[in-house]
Design a protein around this ligand. Structure first.
Ligand code: NAP
Length: 288
């Protein structure tokens, strides 16, 4: 798929991309010892616990063992840190992630620094982002890597493309900007202080929204034929999810657009598994 010239209205579904990544991961896993992913949880939030169970189920499907270490919603930061350090030093654990939200008083950013970068399959340790931007082997945050996997799976030509990322968080926007830059896009990053957002986003051949505001991106923000990736997940009153992009307004104008749900989300989980398989193999050793 070229950039800026797709036929209007293609839905870039994530499920087939996720299935392809899982199949490739299962093949890799079958060739070696069983990788283990440890997920540290310290919340009673039902949606989060459901998400962690869905990771464990997907892991089982590709032959990865998922060890959910549930410290409960009352866990103290020192306890979470000690658990991450223990799992980091355990040679039987290959991938390690700290699931948010955390109990009050526990900083995800500070605690993520305790995740061994060689096992940091969700790219949460600031060292991982530093290594990524320096061009050293590192695991990118799974969501940022998922956006790249979606673009690649659908054959979007990135070299020389004008890419605009809306959102500059360390978990999505910033790492994604670097991944796009590495693939020779000309990248602009927008945020809450960007003046006249539409005048910037409407120059994009590849537009990624990673904000967390339902419907922020309307037709006026999108160039005709642009490839639009919607990372946003915003709860709806009926208990569902909606993206940052006004799907109905944009689908007829964009060359292609990811749905929410069913776009970036499923690919993110598949990437966590791919990273775990990599962490158990030679790529994991490269990160040291
Ligand atoms: P975040 O840390 O809250 O960052 C949001 C970013 O959006 C910030 O950089 C903020 O700018 C910017 N922003 C806020 N309002 C804006 C506006 N009106 N115009 C332009 N930019 C604006 O959020 P995040 O963790 O990156 O997550 C972003 C979204 O992705 C959320 O909906 C989250 O649920 C979703 N998400 C999805 C997945 C998945 O797998 N599908 C994974 C992770 C996150 P400032 O920096 O100036 O404040």
């Amino acid at each position: 798929m070229g950039t800026g010239a797709g036929s209007a209205g293609t839905e870039l579904r994530g499920r087939e991309v996720a299935a392809a990544i899982r199949a490739e991961t299962a093949e890799r896993v079958a060739a070696g010892p069983r990788p283990v992913l440890a997920v540290v949880v310290a919340t009673a939030d039902e949606a989060t616990l459901w998400y962690v169970r869905s990771i464990a189920k997907a892991a089982a499907g590709v032959g990865i063992a998922c060890d959910v270490v549930d410290l409960g919603p009352g866990a103290r930061p020192e306890e979470i840190r000690a658990t991450l350090e223990r799992l980091g030093g355990d040679p039987g654990v290959h991938g390690l992630m700290l699931q948010t939200p955390l109990p009050e008083g526990a900083s995800a950013q500070e605690l993520a620094a305790a995740v061994d970068p060689a096992k940091d399959v969700d790219g949460a340790n600031p060292l991982s982002l530093g290594r990524l931007t320096a061009g050293l082997p590192a695991f990118a945050p799974a969501t940022a890597a998922a956006v790249m996997a979606l673009l690649d799976h659908h054959g979007v030509e990135l070299r020389g493309a004008r890419a605009v990322v809306v959102g500059r968080s360390t978990v999505v926007g910033k790492p994604l900007a670097h991944l796009l830059l590495d693939r020779h896009c000309t990248v602009t990053v927008c945020h809450s202080r960007t003046r006249d957002l539409a005048s910037v986003t409407s120059t994009a051949e590849v537009l990624v929204a990673a904000v967390g505001r339902a419907g922020l991106i309307g037709a006026e923000h999108v160039a005709p034929g642009a490839i639009v990736i919607d990372v946003g997940t915003n709860p709806t009153p009926d208990g569902g999810l909606t993206g940052d992009v006004d799907f109905d307004a944009v689908i007829g104008r964009a060359g292609a657009l990811t749905p929410v749900p069913g776009g970036v989300g499923p690919v993110t989980t598949a990437i966590l598994l791919r990273h775990t398989a990599m962490a158990a193999g030679p790529e994991g050793r490269d990160v040291r």
